[in-house]
Design a binder for this molecule. Structure first.
Ligand code: SF4
Length: 204
């Protein structure tokens, strides 16, 4: 990515009250996240290919009060943890698109990620690669519906796009894209949203 384009996005994000940190790779992103989080604080994590490329999940389980939603015995317990995690000290997640105007766009099946990014957790840290940068909202929406089928396949949701590889505009129970959110401003009651931008292509 051209430096001027990246700088423009960073400036716009800052104008919109996001705190921005730029790192070169996943390892640096990981230490940047951990430095921001006092040990033993409570943390929830959004499902994310980007974050799965780091050791953060392991660290959260070992050194923090982690809202463990990934290893619950059944869906009801998973949903209960997701509800409780809306009161965490930190939500660490990724986003699906960042516009050149400095907005974050995300798509969600259950809604817990878009809910937590909007309200609840005291602090929100967003980790993402520069490949998520798009020109505008229109390009962002296109990116969201490119991501839907990929997530459907990854999470084995029984949706048409899992099999065809493209959005079929379904209305199935396990739809990947029930919730779409735009965060236009990073202001929050306890501290603004922190965006850690990794200067490489990672996740989707
Ligand atoms: S609407 Fe259905 S087919 Fe389209 S991306 Fe969402 S889950 Fe897949």
């Amino acid at each position: 990515m051209k430096k001027e384009r990246l700088n423009k996005v960073i400036d716009k994000l800052k104008e919109n009250n996001f705190i921005v940190k730029v790192v070169k790779d996943e390892k640096e992103a990981e230490s940047c996240v951990l430095k921001l989080m006092p040990k033993n604080s409570s943390v929830s994590m959004g499902g994310s290919v980007t974050l799965n490329n780091t050791e953060l999940l392991k660290k959260f389980r070992e050194e923090y009060n982690f809202f463990e939603r990934f290893l619950q015995p059944d869906w009801e317990s998973t949903v209960n943890v997701m509800r409780e995690s809306l009161l965490s000290d930190f939500l660490v997640t990724s986003t699906n698109a960042i516009t050149e105007n400095g907005e974050l766009l995300q798509i969600d099946s259950g809604g817990n990620r878009v809910a937590g990014m909007a309200y609840g957790p005291k602090n929100v840290i967003v980790v993402c690669g520069v490949n998520k940068i798009v020109k505008n909202r229109q390009e962002g929406y296109e990116r969201l519906y490119y991501v839907g089928p990929l997530n459907s396949k990854r999470l084995k949701h029984n949706t048409p796009c899992n099999f065809t590889g493209k959005c079929e505009n379904c209305s199935t129970h396990m739809r990947m894209c029930n919730f779409v959110s735009i965060i236009r401003d990073g202001k929050r009651p306890f501290g603004n949203v922190i965006v850690i931008l990794i200067e490489k292509e990672i996740g989707y």
